[in-house]
Design a protein around this ligand. Structure first.
Ligand SMILES: Cc1cc2nc3c(=O)[nH]c(=O)nc-3n(C[C@H](O)[C@H](O)[C@H](O)COP(=O)(O)OP(=O)(O)OC[C@H]3O[C@@H](n4cnc5c(N)ncnc54)[C@H](O)[C@@H]3O)c2cc1C
Length: 495
């Protein structure tokens, strides 16, 4: 009989791992605490509007192509390339920066602001590309069996990059650009890692290469949730079953192997192999009761910021806005220094607005628009009380109306919101931290929660909380790395 795998969680990491294993003949059972699949890549529907709740674009689309090729399938969804990638608006200015991939077109927007922008940006991107090329295969797409093996891999990276390791993202960007506009716009991507350019290592400037030259950003025809529905569809062709509203809370083990997991109703789920897509640190602490991940130890780790997200349906169109729009203030450095910890910064927040119905008219009724707001906020460690959420949302909506010169308050026909408390409750995200453990040097590579279990030989981890890290393409890469681990386990190859 085929080996049986239980996968805990139906986030992108879990679904991708399930597809790789099912296509290789494993019998796969998914258990998921929520009513519908997708994890953070999820969807809300209300009053004729459809909202993607978390991810709104992704880079490295070829990782999805690799996934389906690996499973012998055809690409089940269609990519939509974004150009401009996004727009950036500064408070008190009517100038809109449109981030085109074409450097000539992009540079024209910095005329009179950053002399020689094109030359400087080209030099900056060249360095980012070198960082990407010299690390991606050696460090990012690798399983490490030990810390020495990880250091050995790092030693293979061209030593010319060493000085970068001692700089912040902001410092690296500031060595190339002088104007506040160029520095802020180019470093904005550090927020995509759930921290700020001031506390993100300069090695992550490789993301600028991914953003502008390598692949850019993509959306999916029909909305981001199409990724989930099409993966579920692909999985249904194999020996796979799904069990929703099933939360794992306990376990039984025997002689170094996990025998079964126990759900909230006391039902035991037995299997040969277990893959955990729930947060790899929090699950080890809360279910396996590991000391290294006890509440005290988890609290001392570095977690990314939280997100206040809200979903607004309006009964008019906003034709002058692009798909992705960032609204920044005039105190970037002060704001970024504070946003992780100081709830007071929420009086004048920075935020991002995604007009979902721009590329996907089906997301809103005719003549309406579906808007998705994301505001980076302190996680629950620094702001546990969210009773003021409606005031914060109101201040953002007022600010948005002022900046687009159109009062939308009278046009709102539907609104829903997720505070960090909701994110925590819905997906077991520790402290409501949107992207999980931060990508600090002590929490990446061999120092990130491993994708194999320390005690149980037949337990593996997949998703953004283990290697390589946060974001949709990384979750897909993690499924490849986890599948390799399982393959080695089945072949009797030790870690
Ligand atoms: C607001 C926001 C915006 C984002 N935007 C982007 C973006 O634009 N582009 C991008 O690439 N990335 C983005 N991300 C990051 C991206 O969403 C994640 O990196 C990715 O979706 C993580 O997938 P995953 O499979 O690792 O985990 P998850 O999606 O968290 O899936 C884990 C699953 O496990 C389930 N689970 C947890 N505990 C248990 C349990 N005990 N028993 C049973 N089930 C359990 C959860 O319910 C969940 O379904 C964003 C994240 C947020 C929060």
């Amino acid at each position: 009989m085929n080996k049986h795998v239980i996968i805990v969680g139906t986030g992108l990491g879990g679904l991708s791992a399930g597809l790789r294993l099912a296509s290789r003949g494993y019998r796969v059972t998914f258990v998921e605490k929520n009513r519908q699949p997708g994890g953070r890549l999820n969807q809300l529907k209300k009053d004729g509007f459809t909202f993607d709740i978390g991810p709104s674009f992704f880079s490295m689309p070829y990782e999805f192509v690799e996934l389906v090729n690996d499973c012998g399938l055809k690409m089940p969804f269609e990519f939509v390339e974004l150009d401009p990638l996004y727009t950036v608006h500064f408070r008190g200015s009517n100038k809109k920066f449109s981030l085109y991939k074409d450097i000539g077109k992009l540079s024209r927007q910095f005329e009179g602001i950053e002399p020689d922008f094109k030359k400087k940006f080209t030099a900056y991107l060249k360095k980012c590309e070198q960082l990407y090329n010299d690390t991606v295969d050696i460090v990012i797409k690798q399983n490490f069996n030990s810390i020495p093996a990880y250091f050995q891999a790092l030693m293979q990276v061209n030593p010319k990059h060493v000085p970068v390791l001692f700089k912040s993202f902001w410092k690296q960007v500031s060595t190339y650009f002088d104007s506040k506009e160029a520095r802020q716009i180019v470093s904005l991507i550090a927020f995509f890692l759930g921290r700020t350019p001031f506390d993100t290592n300069a090695i992550y400037t490789l993301l600028s290469h991914i953003e502008f030259t390598h692949t850019g950003y993509y959306n999916v025809k029909g909305g981001m949730y199409t990724i989930v529905t099409s993966l579920i569809d692909a999985l249904s062709k194999f020996d796979v079953s799904f069990h929703y509203e099933t939360e794992i809370v306990g376990y039984q083990s025997h002689k170094g192997e996990l025998v079964s997991l126990t759900d909230q109703h006391g039902k035991d789920w037995k299997s040969d192999i277990f893959v955990i897509n729930a947060d790899a640190a929090f699950f080890r602490g809360s279910v396996f009761r590991r000391k290294k991940f006890s509440p005290g130890r988890l609290n001392k780790m570095s977690w990314t910021m939280g997100y206040l997200t809200f979903y607004v349906g309006i009964n008019k169109k906003l034709p002058h806005l692009e798909h992705h729009n960032y609204f920044l203030g005039n105190n970037y450095e002060e704001y970024a220094q504070d946003v992780m910890k100081n709830p007071g910064t929420l009086e004048k927040p920075y935020y991002y607005v995604n007009i979902l119905s721009k590329h996907n008219p089906g997301c809103a009724p005719e003549g309406h628009e579906a808007l998705f707001f994301v505001c980076p906020v302190p996680n629950l460690k620094y702001k546990p009380d969210w009773s003021d959420k409606q005031e914060i949302i109101r201040s953002i909506l007022d600010d948005f109306s002022e900046r687009i010169h159109e009062d939308i308050s009278e046009n709102i026909v539907c609104q829903m919101e997720y505070t960090p408390e909701d994110w925590e409750r819905a997906f077991n995200l520790y402290l409501g931290s949107g992207l999980g453990l931060s990508h600090t040097m002590g929490q990446i590579g061999a120092f990130r929660p491993k994708n194999y279990d320390e005690k149980f030989r037949n337990v593996f981890y997949v998703g953004a909380s283990t290697i390589p890290g946060a974001g949709l393409p990384m979750a897909v890469i993690s499924s490849k790395l986890a599948a390799e681990r399982i393959h080695d386990f089945m072949a009797g190859i030790p870690e």
